[in-house]
Design a protein around this ligand. Sequence first.
Ligand SMILES: N[C@@H](CCC(=O)N[C@@H](CS)C(=O)NCC(=O)O)C(=O)O
Length: 199
Amino acid sequence: MPKLFYSPASPYSAKVRMAAHHAGYAVESVIVSTADDPAELIAANPLGKIPALALDDGSSVFDSPVIMQAINGATGGGLYPKNAAKRLAVLQREALADGICDCLLACIYEVRLRPEDKRMQSVIDRQFAKAMRGLDALCAGRLPVPAKLDGGVIAVRALIGYLELRFAGKWEKGRLKLKRFAKAFDEKHPDLAGLVPRG
Ligand SMILES: N[C@@H](CCC(=O)N[C@@H](CS)C(=O)NCC(=O)O)C(=O)O
């Protein structure tokens, strides 16, 4: 069975695990600590980042948008529309959600990886502002929760889980649409609730 290296707090991992579950892709999920550069992870992804998917034939897939495509291809294509324009819209939403996660992670790493006297608040502020602009762009569009989920909708739920985990109280003002979306998502897809990012 394919092995997915992941961390429970990682939003990209949450996206991929939710997608695998929803699409019926059987995978063994293996928790790793990227800080330790475990050999199994490095063998699957020389960048040492999660998520990384090790396939049965010895090949591997990273990073998360590519893993999403691998899962989609292996499960009959239900996660991304066949129609080119609709597919592009789903990929765009996924890219926005992932890109917001990139900015949020940059904020976390600036605090976590640097000694206090070397931290640059201007870097944190700039990355956080980008993330908030991204959230506003998500709020500006339609955010339905379909019974049959796509990669973009799943990515948004994973992102909100990460916001709730690491940035509670700092992002919600004026963005109730995203809170409502997450609530509706969890009500409609309770089987995925346990896969959102958690500490
Ligand atoms: N673009 C990548 C981002 C992956 C990523 O940055 N993952 C973080 C955890 S959430 C990570 O592995 N960080 C450890 C590192 O960069 O060494 C993806 O979508 O998979």
